[in-house]
Design a protein. Structure first.
Length: 308
Protein backbone atom coordinates (compact mmCIF):
# COMPACT_ATOMS: atom_id res chain seq x y z
CA UNK A 1 0.00 0.00 0.00
CA UNK A 2 2.81 2.40 0.91
CA UNK A 3 4.50 1.73 -2.45
CA UNK A 4 1.31 2.69 -4.33
CA UNK A 5 0.99 5.94 -2.36
CA UNK A 6 4.65 6.84 -3.05
CA UNK A 7 4.26 6.13 -6.76
CA UNK A 8 1.09 8.22 -6.90
CA UNK A 9 2.90 11.11 -5.16
CA UNK A 10 5.83 11.01 -7.60
CA UNK A 11 3.46 10.99 -10.57
CA UNK A 12 1.65 14.03 -9.20
CA UNK A 13 4.94 15.92 -8.78
CA UNK A 14 6.02 15.05 -12.31
CA UNK A 15 2.73 16.20 -13.81
CA UNK A 16 2.86 19.43 -11.81
CA UNK A 17 6.32 20.16 -13.18
CA UNK A 18 5.08 19.67 -16.76
CA UNK A 19 2.02 21.84 -16.23
CA UNK A 20 4.17 24.62 -14.82
CA UNK A 21 6.31 24.66 -17.97
CA UNK A 22 9.35 23.39 -16.05
CA UNK A 23 9.75 26.89 -14.60
CA UNK A 24 10.67 25.51 -11.21
CA UNK A 25 12.57 22.46 -12.49
CA UNK A 26 14.92 24.65 -14.57
CA UNK A 27 16.53 27.33 -12.43
CA UNK A 28 18.87 28.68 -15.14
CA UNK A 29 18.62 32.43 -15.53
CA UNK A 30 20.22 35.07 -17.77
CA UNK A 31 21.10 38.71 -17.31
CA UNK A 32 19.43 40.71 -20.08
CA UNK A 33 20.67 44.13 -21.18
CA UNK A 34 18.97 46.41 -23.72
CA UNK A 35 20.91 48.96 -25.75
CA UNK A 36 20.41 52.48 -24.51
CA UNK A 37 19.39 51.36 -21.01
CA UNK A 38 21.58 50.98 -17.92
CA UNK A 39 19.02 48.64 -16.34
CA UNK A 40 19.48 44.87 -16.59
CA UNK A 41 16.72 42.30 -16.20
CA UNK A 42 16.57 38.68 -15.09
CA UNK A 43 15.69 36.34 -17.94
CA UNK A 44 14.10 33.07 -16.85
CA UNK A 45 14.33 29.81 -18.79
CA UNK A 46 10.97 28.12 -19.36
CA UNK A 47 10.86 24.95 -21.48
CA UNK A 48 14.21 25.78 -23.02
CA UNK A 49 13.30 29.36 -23.98
CA UNK A 50 14.33 32.58 -22.23
CA UNK A 51 11.51 34.84 -21.03
CA UNK A 52 11.94 38.40 -19.78
CA UNK A 53 9.61 40.67 -17.78
CA UNK A 54 7.20 42.54 -20.04
CA UNK A 55 8.22 45.81 -18.35
CA UNK A 56 11.66 45.48 -19.98
CA UNK A 57 10.03 46.32 -23.32
CA UNK A 58 9.61 49.91 -22.15
CA UNK A 59 13.34 50.29 -22.90
CA UNK A 60 12.85 49.29 -26.56
CA UNK A 61 13.20 52.52 -28.51
CA UNK A 62 10.01 53.64 -30.27
CA UNK A 63 7.86 50.76 -28.97
CA UNK A 64 4.36 51.38 -27.57
CA UNK A 65 3.09 48.78 -25.13
CA UNK A 66 -0.42 48.14 -23.83
CA UNK A 67 -1.52 45.38 -21.41
CA UNK A 68 -5.20 44.37 -21.38
CA UNK A 69 -5.64 42.78 -17.95
CA UNK A 70 -9.18 41.57 -18.69
CA UNK A 71 -8.10 39.24 -21.51
CA UNK A 72 -4.41 39.04 -20.47
CA UNK A 73 -3.26 40.32 -23.86
CA UNK A 74 -0.12 42.33 -24.59
CA UNK A 75 -0.10 44.70 -27.60
CA UNK A 76 3.21 46.00 -28.96
CA UNK A 77 3.60 48.57 -31.75
CA UNK A 78 6.70 49.91 -33.52
CA UNK A 79 6.53 51.84 -36.79
CA UNK A 80 4.41 49.60 -39.09
CA UNK A 81 4.63 46.47 -36.91
CA UNK A 82 1.96 45.30 -34.45
CA UNK A 83 2.41 42.25 -32.22
CA UNK A 84 -0.37 40.70 -30.11
CA UNK A 85 0.43 38.08 -27.46
CA UNK A 86 -2.00 36.45 -25.04
CA UNK A 87 -0.94 34.77 -21.82
CA UNK A 88 -1.10 30.98 -22.08
CA UNK A 89 -1.62 30.93 -25.86
CA UNK A 90 1.03 29.44 -28.18
CA UNK A 91 -0.08 31.62 -31.10
CA UNK A 92 0.73 35.30 -31.58
CA UNK A 93 -0.45 37.77 -34.19
CA UNK A 94 2.20 39.75 -36.08
CA UNK A 95 0.57 42.28 -38.40
CA UNK A 96 -2.60 40.14 -38.25
CA UNK A 97 -0.74 36.96 -39.28
CA UNK A 98 -0.68 33.96 -36.93
CA UNK A 99 2.73 32.86 -35.71
CA UNK A 100 3.36 29.80 -33.54
CA UNK A 101 5.29 30.21 -30.28
CA UNK A 102 7.44 27.59 -28.58
CA UNK A 103 6.55 29.16 -25.24
CA UNK A 104 3.63 31.58 -24.68
CA UNK A 105 3.46 34.66 -22.51
CA UNK A 106 3.65 33.27 -18.98
CA UNK A 107 2.58 34.73 -15.65
CA UNK A 108 4.75 33.57 -12.72
CA UNK A 109 4.38 34.96 -9.21
CA UNK A 110 2.38 37.90 -10.58
CA UNK A 111 5.03 38.80 -13.19
CA UNK A 112 4.19 38.76 -16.90
CA UNK A 113 7.04 37.18 -18.87
CA UNK A 114 7.46 37.27 -22.67
CA UNK A 115 9.69 35.21 -25.01
CA UNK A 116 12.72 37.43 -25.54
CA UNK A 117 13.84 36.33 -29.01
CA UNK A 118 10.38 36.32 -30.58
CA UNK A 119 9.41 39.73 -29.20
CA UNK A 120 12.78 41.32 -29.99
CA UNK A 121 13.03 40.10 -33.57
CA UNK A 122 9.36 40.94 -34.26
CA UNK A 123 10.16 44.54 -33.25
CA UNK A 124 13.33 44.67 -35.42
CA UNK A 125 15.81 44.16 -32.59
CA UNK A 126 18.85 41.90 -32.58
CA UNK A 127 19.37 39.27 -29.87
CA UNK A 128 22.77 37.90 -28.88
CA UNK A 129 23.07 35.12 -26.32
CA UNK A 130 26.32 34.28 -24.57
CA UNK A 131 25.88 30.93 -22.77
CA UNK A 132 29.33 31.12 -21.14
CA UNK A 133 28.43 34.10 -18.93
CA UNK A 134 24.63 33.75 -19.10
CA UNK A 135 24.27 37.14 -20.78
CA UNK A 136 21.72 38.27 -23.39
CA UNK A 137 22.17 41.56 -25.25
CA UNK A 138 19.28 43.16 -27.15
CA UNK A 139 20.16 45.90 -29.62
CA UNK A 140 18.32 47.97 -32.23
CA UNK A 141 18.58 47.31 -35.97
CA UNK A 142 18.28 49.76 -38.86
CA UNK A 143 14.78 50.73 -39.99
CA UNK A 144 13.44 50.28 -43.52
CA UNK A 145 14.48 53.80 -44.63
CA UNK A 146 18.10 53.30 -43.58
CA UNK A 147 18.18 49.86 -45.22
CA UNK A 148 16.93 51.30 -48.51
CA UNK A 149 19.46 54.14 -48.39
CA UNK A 150 22.25 51.66 -47.65
CA UNK A 151 21.34 49.73 -50.83
CA UNK A 152 21.64 52.91 -52.95
CA UNK A 153 24.00 52.89 -55.95
CA UNK A 154 25.11 56.35 -54.83
CA UNK A 155 28.12 55.67 -52.59
CA UNK A 156 27.66 58.85 -50.57
CA UNK A 157 24.04 57.96 -49.70
CA UNK A 158 25.02 54.37 -48.91
CA UNK A 159 27.90 55.44 -46.69
CA UNK A 160 25.83 57.99 -44.78
CA UNK A 161 23.30 55.23 -44.06
CA UNK A 162 26.09 52.89 -42.92
CA UNK A 163 27.31 55.54 -40.46
CA UNK A 164 23.73 56.03 -39.22
CA UNK A 165 23.13 52.31 -38.59
CA UNK A 166 22.70 51.43 -34.90
CA UNK A 167 26.05 50.53 -33.31
CA UNK A 168 26.54 47.08 -31.78
CA UNK A 169 29.51 46.99 -29.40
CA UNK A 170 28.44 43.86 -27.50
CA UNK A 171 31.15 41.39 -26.60
CA UNK A 172 33.92 44.00 -26.86
CA UNK A 173 35.44 46.02 -24.00
CA UNK A 174 35.38 49.72 -24.82
CA UNK A 175 38.82 51.32 -24.92
CA UNK A 176 39.26 54.92 -23.79
CA UNK A 177 41.52 57.58 -25.28
CA UNK A 178 44.47 59.14 -23.44
CA UNK A 179 43.16 62.60 -24.27
CA UNK A 180 40.07 64.23 -25.75
CA UNK A 181 40.12 64.10 -29.53
CA UNK A 182 38.90 67.16 -31.44
CA UNK A 183 39.34 65.40 -34.78
CA UNK A 184 37.74 62.22 -36.07
CA UNK A 185 38.67 60.56 -39.35
CA UNK A 186 36.33 58.12 -41.10
CA UNK A 187 37.86 55.65 -43.58
CA UNK A 188 35.96 53.62 -46.19
CA UNK A 189 37.55 51.09 -48.53
CA UNK A 190 37.53 52.64 -52.01
CA UNK A 191 34.25 51.87 -53.79
CA UNK A 192 32.69 50.24 -50.73
CA UNK A 193 30.29 51.13 -47.94
CA UNK A 194 29.99 47.85 -46.02
CA UNK A 195 32.72 48.60 -43.45
CA UNK A 196 34.51 51.61 -42.04
CA UNK A 197 37.10 52.81 -39.52
CA UNK A 198 36.83 55.70 -37.09
CA UNK A 199 40.08 57.14 -35.72
CA UNK A 200 39.87 59.59 -32.84
CA UNK A 201 42.99 60.62 -30.96
CA UNK A 202 44.89 57.38 -30.24
CA UNK A 203 41.86 55.12 -30.72
CA UNK A 204 40.70 53.22 -33.81
CA UNK A 205 37.39 51.37 -34.21
CA UNK A 206 36.52 49.08 -37.12
CA UNK A 207 32.86 48.35 -37.94
CA UNK A 208 31.20 46.02 -40.44
CA UNK A 209 27.58 46.28 -41.56
CA UNK A 210 25.87 43.07 -40.43
CA UNK A 211 22.19 42.30 -39.92
CA UNK A 212 21.03 45.91 -39.91
CA UNK A 213 23.75 47.06 -37.51
CA UNK A 214 27.26 48.47 -37.52
CA UNK A 215 29.03 45.71 -35.61
CA UNK A 216 32.29 46.54 -33.83
CA UNK A 217 34.79 43.94 -35.08
CA UNK A 218 38.13 45.42 -33.94
CA UNK A 219 39.40 48.24 -31.77
CA UNK A 220 42.88 49.40 -30.86
CA UNK A 221 44.83 51.83 -28.74
CA UNK A 222 47.68 53.31 -30.79
CA UNK A 223 51.08 54.07 -29.31
CA UNK A 224 51.69 57.51 -30.82
CA UNK A 225 55.37 57.37 -29.78
CA UNK A 226 56.12 54.44 -32.08
CA UNK A 227 55.86 54.66 -35.87
CA UNK A 228 54.41 51.56 -37.52
CA UNK A 229 56.87 49.61 -39.65
CA UNK A 230 54.64 46.58 -40.25
CA UNK A 231 52.86 46.00 -43.56
CA UNK A 232 49.47 45.58 -41.92
CA UNK A 233 46.48 47.79 -41.03
CA UNK A 234 48.61 49.81 -38.57
CA UNK A 235 50.39 51.33 -41.59
CA UNK A 236 47.18 53.15 -42.49
CA UNK A 237 47.10 54.93 -39.12
CA UNK A 238 50.86 55.47 -38.84
CA UNK A 239 51.47 54.05 -35.36
CA UNK A 240 51.98 50.71 -33.66
CA UNK A 241 49.18 49.11 -31.67
CA UNK A 242 49.53 49.19 -27.90
CA UNK A 243 46.37 47.24 -27.08
CA UNK A 244 43.70 45.67 -29.28
CA UNK A 245 40.58 43.50 -29.21
CA UNK A 246 38.90 41.57 -32.00
CA UNK A 247 40.25 40.48 -35.38
CA UNK A 248 42.44 43.03 -37.15
CA UNK A 249 41.24 43.61 -40.77
CA UNK A 250 43.61 43.25 -43.70
CA UNK A 251 45.23 46.31 -45.22
CA UNK A 252 43.84 47.35 -48.62
CA UNK A 253 45.45 49.47 -51.32
CA UNK A 254 43.39 52.65 -51.04
CA UNK A 255 40.76 54.22 -48.80
CA UNK A 256 38.50 57.26 -48.97
CA UNK A 257 38.68 59.41 -45.86
CA UNK A 258 36.60 62.19 -44.31
CA UNK A 259 38.31 64.17 -41.56
CA UNK A 260 35.96 66.02 -39.20
CA UNK A 261 37.23 68.93 -37.10
CA UNK A 262 34.86 68.94 -34.13
CA UNK A 263 36.00 72.44 -33.10
CA UNK A 264 35.70 74.36 -36.39
CA UNK A 265 33.22 72.00 -38.17
CA UNK A 266 35.54 71.87 -41.17
CA UNK A 267 35.48 68.68 -43.27
CA UNK A 268 38.43 67.52 -45.39
CA UNK A 269 38.17 64.56 -47.76
CA UNK A 270 40.45 62.61 -50.06
CA UNK A 271 42.39 59.36 -50.43
CA UNK A 272 44.57 57.46 -47.97
CA UNK A 273 47.02 54.96 -49.45
CA UNK A 274 48.17 51.70 -47.89
CA UNK A 275 51.41 53.38 -46.77
CA UNK A 276 49.43 55.91 -44.74
CA UNK A 277 50.02 58.82 -47.13
CA UNK A 278 46.95 61.04 -47.43
CA UNK A 279 46.04 63.27 -50.37
CA UNK A 280 43.43 65.94 -49.67
CA UNK A 281 41.05 66.53 -52.59
CA UNK A 282 38.95 69.25 -51.01
CA UNK A 283 37.27 70.70 -47.93
CA UNK A 284 33.92 72.10 -46.94
CA UNK A 285 32.46 74.04 -44.05
CA UNK A 286 29.90 72.06 -42.10
CA UNK A 287 27.72 72.37 -38.98
CA UNK A 288 27.15 70.48 -35.74
CA UNK A 289 23.85 69.06 -37.04
CA UNK A 290 25.40 67.81 -40.29
CA UNK A 291 28.22 66.16 -38.34
CA UNK A 292 25.81 64.63 -35.85
CA UNK A 293 23.74 63.11 -38.67
CA UNK A 294 26.86 61.99 -40.60
CA UNK A 295 25.75 63.99 -43.66
CA UNK A 296 29.27 65.27 -44.30
CA UNK A 297 30.01 62.30 -46.58
CA UNK A 298 30.07 63.33 -50.26
CA UNK A 299 30.71 61.77 -53.64
CA UNK A 300 34.31 61.81 -54.84
CA UNK A 301 34.64 61.94 -58.62
CA UNK A 302 38.06 60.27 -58.70
CA UNK A 303 36.84 57.21 -56.78
CA UNK A 304 36.45 53.88 -58.57
CA UNK A 305 33.20 52.14 -57.44
CA UNK A 306 33.67 48.48 -56.51
CA UNK A 307 30.22 47.66 -55.12
CA UNK A 308 29.51 43.96 -54.46
Amino acid sequence: MKKKVAASFLLTVALSSILLGSSFANSTSYKVSISGSSTTYDGQVVSGRVLIPAKAIQNFKGVKMNWNAAIKQLKLQKENSTVLLTAGKNVALVNNKSVSLDVPVTIINGRTLVPVRFVSESLNYNVELNPSNKQITISERANSVLNENYKSNNLAISRIAALQFPINNSGMPMLTADDEGLNSTYYFLEGKSDSYFIQTSDLVYYYEIKGGQAKLMWEANLDTTKISAAKDITKLFGYQVEKQYGASPQLSERYVFFNVDLFTYMIQYGFANSDGQMSILGSQQSSSQVIRNKNFVREIDEEQPIRS
